[in-house]
Each structure stands twice: as C-alpha cells, then as structure tokens.
Design a protein around this ligand. Structure first.
Ligand code: HEC
Length: 130
C-alpha cells in the first residue's frame, strides 16, 4: 500500500517536471461575426424553424411534442445525426432530415445557399453554449 502510494507520488512528481505538454487542440469552432449570427438568427425566425426547434434552438418549439422523431437541442454537440459543422448543417437544411418512414423534417431547397449558411452558422454557434 505504502509502496503504491510512493509510486503514485513519484509519478506525480515526475509529471510535474515534464515540460508543459502541448494540449490536444480542441476542435476549432468557426468564428462568426455578431452581424452574421444575427442575420442567421433572423432567418431562422423568418423561415419558421422555431415552431419545431424552439426560439433558442432548444428543441422545444410549440409543436415539438407532437413530432416523432423529436427535434433535439442544438446546444448539445453530441445529438447531431447529420453532422454539426456549418457545411453539414447547411446541407441538412437543404435536404431535410426524413427517416425511412418519411418522418422528421422536410428539406428547404427554396432557401438560397447564402442564407442556409447563415442559419447554419447561427445553429453551430449554439453548440456547447449553456
Ligand atoms: C415541422 C417541424 C420542423 C421545422 C419547421 C424545421 N425542422 Fe429541423 N428538424 C425537425 C425534426 C423533427 C428533426 C429531427 C429529424 C431526425 O431526428 O431525424 C429536425 C432536424 C434538424 C436538423 C438536423 C439535426 C441533426 O440531428 O443533425 C437541423 C440542422 C435542422 N433540423 C434545422 C432546421 C432549420 C434551420 C429549420 C428552418 C429552416 C428547420 N430545421 C425547420 C423538425 C423541423
């Protein structure tokens, strides 16, 4: 037991002497200007995403409860089925998210690419936020 303790202490001391290790880079979160995000949020409202996804993207829009699958919380980076990058989210908006039973979200091919990107940027900016 004591030996184990010393072994642990020793390795702890050794660890302290290690030169500062390069930490693994956290995944780069793309940076957007406040103006871009505001535009994305305005478009998110304009196109009615909030009815299902909630005004703040919490997955709690007025009709969310009636949906199966349920829209999820965009703040949680682990719940994205179709990818969580701006490109992936923009593509999901274009193609929709219908499962094999045809349930979920229809696509929005009518939204121009630039606007889809802006909405996607807004959604990505929510990831990891409280
Ligand atoms: C009629 C309700 C409804 C509307 C309106 C709607 N969605 Fe969805 N959306 C859903 C549902 C339900 C899912 C989950 C589908 C699934 O789990 O396969 C979903 C999934 C998504 C996803 C995929 C998340 C993932 O898992 O990868 C994104 C992104 C998304 N929606 C964005 C939007 C945007 C942006 C708008 C507005 C342009 C919008 N949605 C409008 C119901 C809706």
């Amino acid at each position: 037991m004591t030996r184990l303790y010393f072994a642990a202490l020793f390795s702890l001391l050794m660890a302290c002497q290690d030169p500062p290790k390069q930490k693994a880079e956290p995944p780069q979160r793309p940076q957007f200007t406040a103006a871009e995000l505001e535009k994305g949020q305005a478009l998110y409202k304009k196109y009615g995403c909030a009815v299902c996804h909630g005004r703040n993207g919490r997955g709690n829009g007025q009709i969310a409860r009636t949906l199966n699958p349920r829209p999820r919380d965009f703040h949680d980076p682990t719940v994205y089925k179709y990818g969580r990058s701006v490109a992936a989210v923009s593509r999901t908006i274009l193609k929709g998210a219908l499962n094999e039973r045809g349930m979920g979200m229809p696509g929005y091919p009518q939204i121009p690419e630039g606007e889809r990107k802006a909405i996607a940027a807004f959604i990505v900016s929510l990831q990891g936020k409280n």
